[in-house]
Design a protein around this ligand. Structure first.
Ligand SMILES: Nc1ncnc2c1ncn2[C@@H]1O[C@H](COP(=O)(O)OP(=O)(O)OP(=O)(O)O)[C@@H](O)[C@H]1O
Ligand SMILES: [Mg+2]
Length: 490
């Protein structure tokens, strides 16, 4: 049955109850004039929430935090984090609240969370607010990621608050209602570890195991369950980052507080998708050293996971030296899982049959990426054009690569392996949220015109289905433009 009133909605308080040291009870700031800007109806249905109710005044009050269902305990979650390599011991939800855990009709437990809901005790100097544009970016990009089959937090809705947010200019403010399999971060473990309270650390790890890696519980005695937890996170993150790389996604701010334990992508701040394939691409204007450049993402993930391993050491083994040895072995799993996932996903993008020798596929992929990088081809449309090449039409790919003899030799090797063009069309998107289109849609929405946003959503939520009316959405942006995303506007 659909939930159609606040009294029907049951939100769990498991995080608040089990981890009170990480949960500050709090409430959202009043929104002067809440107005629903976008609602994710398919997600609402998946959660058992009646979209008509969510669109009603009472529903919007829930989505903006003005009304809390009976029995719910909204909390601001505590976490620490390494930001661009520097450690901040006390970050936490400075502008966000966990409303509680919702069990969907399929029995899955999901966090319902608000971002931009006002200052909390973790706010430090911040105003606790979020701009409409950045929250809509999170909506668009997370929905695109979801339809591309990439694990991600989701956006249920964006509600404009009617309050101005002072940035470089005054922007309309908004609250994002976010749904995630949890909001546990690497930084949550760093925070618990830094308290020196091993009981808290153990409760947090047990909570994470129960929610995300239940098989770890059966791993064996003593520290084995926590080693299995670490390995579970390492594996989930290795697979996730392999998917980012193959779709050309640059997260932009892979701090340890922006890396989940679930393996879902989180926090779409200064993120963007590659147009030209250049592995050195950096989008965030504050990432001056290029720490989170596209090509550095696997290494950044490994670095973050090493911070998770450090936090878990007291649970892994009472003997620190043995704990370090064990954790190091677990971290080494990243390289293998990443390489396997990357090769398997790349083989699918190339339409290759299953069962080919891994080394053959890996060298084929490597050689193709080198050809693509040398000519800075458009990442997304090139892979799509390869589907045409599998059907015998090589004009699209030959038209953009510089080293034609090299490409022809590569095409011959590849075609000899029998690529399946239809299978390629099912995994190589036509539409991704191109940066220039995202910017246009957000600018228009900020000025009150939602049509470009809806058109963009129409394109990116059916990314493999080429439609003639959406040709402009498949085109790369103007060369040399950007970086489009900065931190200042969030
Ligand atoms: N305007 C703000 N007011 C208060 N705190 C803020 C503000 N902006 C960011 N923060 C806090 O700064 C830290 C880093 O911010 P970051 O942009 O990574 O996270 P976020 O986008 O707010 O949230 P999330 O990671 O949940 O998506 C977080 O602790 C966040 O709560
Ligand atoms: Mg963040």
């Amino acid at each position: 049955m659909d939930v159609s009133s606040p009294t029907d909605l049951r939100l769990g308080t498991r995080f608040a109850d089990e981890l009170p040291e990480l949960a500050v009870r709090w409430q959202a700031e009043e929104a002067p004039e809440p107005q629903l800007v976008v609602l994710n109806e398919p997600l609402a249905a998946e959660l058992g929430l009646d979209p008509r109710w969510l669109r009603s005044e009472a529903g919007v009050r829930l989505l903006v935090g003005a009304e809390v269902p009976d029995g719910a305990t909204p909390v601001a979650q505590g976490y620490a984090g390494h930001q661009f390599g520097g450690y901040s011991p006390r970050l936490g939800d400075g502008r966000a609240l966990l409303l509680g855990e919702l069990t969907d009709p399929a029995g899955r437990v999901r966090d319902l969370h608000l971002k931009g809901s006002g200052r909390t005790p973790w706010a430090r100097g911040g105003d606790g607010l979020a701009g409409l544009g950045p929250m809509l970016r999170e909506h668009v990009v997370s929905e695109a990621m979801h339809t591309l089959g990439i694990p991600t937090t989701r956006s249920l809705a964006v509600v404009a608050t009617g309050r101005g947010v002072r940035r470089e200019q005054v922007l309309p403010g908004a609250v994002l209602a976010r749904v995630a399999s949890s909001h546990l971060r690497v930084g949550s473990f760093q925070y618990a570890r830094a308290t020196g309270d091993d009981d808290l650390l153990r409760r947090l790890a047990d909570h994470a195991i129960a929610r995300h890696h239940p098989a770890a519980r059966d791993a064996g005695p003593a520290g084995a369950a926590y080693v299995a937890l670490l390995e579970g996170v390492v594996e989930a993150q290795a697979r996730l980052v392999a998917q980012w790389m193959l779709v050309g996604f640059v997260h932009g701010v892979m701090n340890t507080d922006n890396m989940t334990i679930s393996g879902e992508s989180i926090d779409y701040g200064p993120c963007a998708f590659l147009d030209a394939y250049d592995p050195a691409t950096v989008f965030s204007s504050i990432d001056e050293g290029g720490r989170y450049a596209y090509r550095n993402q696997p290494a950044a993930a490994q670095w973050n996971l090493a911070r998770l391993a450090e936090a878990l050491l007291p649970l892994i083994d009472a003997d620190e030296e043995r704990a370090v040895e064990t954790a190091t072995r677990s971290l080494q799993g990243f390289a293998t899982t990443y390489a396997d996932a990357f090769t398997a996903d790349a083989a699918a993008k190339l339409g290759l049959p299953a069962g080919l020798d891994r080394a053959v596929v890996a060298s084929l992929v490597e050689d193709l990426l080198a050809l693509m990088a040398a000519a800075r081809v458009d990442h997304t449309s090139f892979f799509r054009a390869l589907g045409d090449a599998a059907r015998g039409d090589v004009e699209g790919v030959r038209g953009v690569v510089l080293d034609l003899p090299g490409l022809d030799a590569w095409l011959e090797r590849w075609r000899g392996l029998g690529p399946d063009a239809e299978a390629m069309d099912r995994v190589n998107p036509v539409y991704i949220p191109r940066n220039h289109l995202v910017e246009q849609a957000l600018d228009a929405a900020t000025a009150g015109d939602l049509a470009p946003l809806h058109r963009l959503l129409e394109a990116v939520t059916a990314p493999y289905d080429e439609r003639p009316g959406l040709a402009a959405y498949a085109e790369p942006g103007p060369a040399g433009a950007g970086p489009y995303v900065t931190f200042c506007g969030t």
